[in-house]
Design a protein around this ligand. Structure first.
Ligand SMILES: [Zn+2]
Length: 255
């Protein structure tokens, strides 16, 4: 089975759109197109014909390019069943536990409500790639616009269970600001402190910090670590991962 070739396209202020290409079938997907022109240009440069759009959730900075790309290419738009009415041009609805065949590759779909109620994530196991939109960020997680802390913790717990070598392709370059907050949650976490420093260096050179491995996230992302006794004790919620997660999320909202 051939692996996906993945290209990251920075757009708007801090969004990342991904072009994913499966060489055997030449299927080419766009994950969360904020806008159309730079994506169409990037595909043309690669010599790829866009066959699919994969949306994680309905926010305009993830779907704003849907119709224009569909009109230009005739591609199929795949998105969350739970949010079918809010995904422009949706053709194929997918939901939790389903598999979507993308050329010779397969995406496993997870429902990950919290940031929005219909948010989904796509996991390409063979390519060790997770497209998680605004659910999991590097050293952070999405704001809870439409869901509860309990829902978001459950959603993140599904992603936590994936293989640690999984590459996390999130939809925003928020890593440096997230790291600044994360070190206040776990000031003694040596891996986190080292990673925060490395992120500062990368950003100073204008480099993207995305993707990172899930293993790195498990070691340094406080939002994935709310089940650890030390973080629960700090949050005053021993034995309660949801309350600990909620407390960390509240603190970040006001950071
Ligand atoms: Zn969003």
């Amino acid at each position: 089975m051939s692996e996906l070739v993945i290209r990251q396209i920075p757009v708007l202020k801090d969004n990342y759109v991904y072009l994913i290409h499966e060489p055997q079938s030449r299927a080419t997907g766009v994950v969360d197109p904020s806008v159309a022109p730079p994506i169409l240009e990037a595909a043309q440069r690669e010599g790829w014909r866009i066959t699919h759009i994969l949306n994680t959730h309905h926010h305009n900075d993830h779907t704003g390019g849907n119709r224009e790309i569909k009109e230009a290419t005739g591609c199929i738009i795949v998105g969350p069943r739970a949010d079918r009415d809010r995904i422009p041009g949706i053709d194929v609805e997918v939901g939790d536990g389903e598999t979507y065949e993308f050329g010779a590759e397969k995406a496993h779909v997870f429902d990950v409500p919290g940031h929005t109620r219909g948010h989904i994530a796509y996991h390409f196991a063979n390519s060790r790639a997770l497209f998680c939109g605004d659910t999991l960020f590097l050293m952070g997680c999405g704001r809870l616009f439409e869901g509860t802390p309990q829902q978001m913790w459950q959603s993140l717990s599904k992603l936590k269970a994936l293989p640690p070598e999984t590459r996390v392709f999130c939809a925003h370059e928020y890593t440096q600001a997230n790291a600044r907050f994360a070190v206040t949650v776990e000031p003694q976490n040596a891996a986190l402190i080292a990673r925060a420093k490395h992120v500062d260096e990368m950003r100073a050179q204008g480099q993207s910090t995305v993707p990172a491995s899930l293993g790195e996230e498990l070691a340094t992302n406080p939002f994935l670590r709310a089940d650890l006794p030390a973080l629960q004790a700090d949050a005053g919620a021993p034995g309660d991962a949801v309350a600990t997660f909620a407390a960390i999320r509240r603190r970040k909202d006001n950071f």
